[in-house]
Design a binder for this molecule. Structure first.
Ligand SMILES: Nc1nc2c(ncn2[C@@H]2O[C@H](COP(=O)(O)OP(=O)(O)OP(=O)(O)O)[C@@H](O)[C@H]2O)c(=O)[nH]1
Ligand SMILES: [Mg+2]
Length: 272
């Protein structure tokens, strides 16, 4: 009885779900004036990550508390996962008030989830990281340092010094490099700007993408940022893409088709 009372006294109740922005996929130019103390907003897109969400949120919190105590937020954007990832994430808000949770029911897909999260973000710097711990959370601190040194875009790269793909099969390596080469042929000026344009782990200054209408397809949101953003200074940090331990991959053959359509769409739009 005493223990229960103590626990209740120590933790505030879980906060309400954040509302999901609608309409065009455009990140607004300035964060709300009242919330300007937030410098960094990290979006964690999730679908069926109930077995990973606690750990990724706890680790990001512990890491970011040092350089950015009280000045960052973690925004989980869940597509109404049947395993109720959103609910687990919401239960964490009582211990970590920097966590905000969106439960999306009207839209699906990784790229739009990331942009919806950024639309609701309060920070001047916007970031994305996978929930499944394949992106080492420690690298977030290195990316933040690169932004502080003046980068408009800081990318965690598997192909920069110190980077790699751990135990990927030869087939997956060939597919990944093949997709990158295809992208270089269709959009050379965009994909050549970073060593790992397929990375889903990066930070970008809000002002570099604010007001730009995004139209992503599939998984490769970084290509959209490079293609449509005002990116001047780019920095890269090497990282090793880890194997997934818990939960399942959502990658299917359809994503390769969407990637090709995305490249072609961006090529047409940026030629205009
Ligand atoms: N909100 C949302 N998140 C998604 C969706 N698809 C994937 N995700 C999340 O995006 C991140 C990357 O998805 P994964 O399926 O792990 O893709 P991957 O890491 O490229 O591939 P694997 O190495 O096979 O895991 C994870 O955090 C997923 O939970 C989606 O449709 N909506
Ligand atoms: Mg993954």
């Amino acid at each position: 009885m005493v223990a229960t009372t103590l626990q209740r006294a120590e933790s505030s109740p879980a906060s309400a779900l954040a509302s999901v922005p609608t309409g065009a996929l455009v990140v607004p130019p300035i964060a709300e004036a009242s919330a300007r103390r937030v410098r960094l907003s990290v979006v964690v897109p999730t679908y069926q990550e109930g077995r990973n969400i606690r750990e990724i949120i706890a680790r990001l919190g512990a890491l970011l508390d040092e350089p950015l105590a009280g000045a960052y937020e973690l925004i989980v954007v869940d597509d109404d996962s049947p395993d109720r990832t959103w609910e687990i994430a919401q239960s964490l808000t009582s211990q970590q008030p920097c966590v905000r949770v969106m439960r999306r029911r009207s839209e699906r897909g990784l790229s739009s989830a990331v942009i919806r999260g950024w639309q609701a973000a309060r920070g001047d710097v916007l970031a994305v990281i996978d929930a499944d711990l394949q992106h080492p959370p420690e690298v977030t601190v290195d990316l933040w340092r690169e932004i502080e040194r003046g980068a408009d875009l800081a990318v965690a790269s598997r192909h920069a010094e110190g980077g790699g793909v751990s135990t990927w099969s030869l087939a997956r390596r060939v597919l990944s490099r093949g997709a990158q080469l295809l992208g270089l042929m269709i959009l050379p000026g965009v994909l050549s700007r970073v060593s790992d344009p397929m990375s889903g782990y990066f930070m970008v200054r809000r002002e570099a993408i604010a007001g730009r209408r995004m139209s992503p397809l599939g998984y490769k949101i970084l290509i959209e940022i490079l293609g449509r953003g005002r990116i001047d200074r780019v920095s890269e940090v090497g990282y090793v893409f880890r194997e997934r331990v818990e939960g399942e991959s959502k990658v299917t053959g359809r994503l390769y088709v969407e990637y090709l359509r995305h490249l072609l769409r961006l090529r047409l739009d940026t030629l205009r």
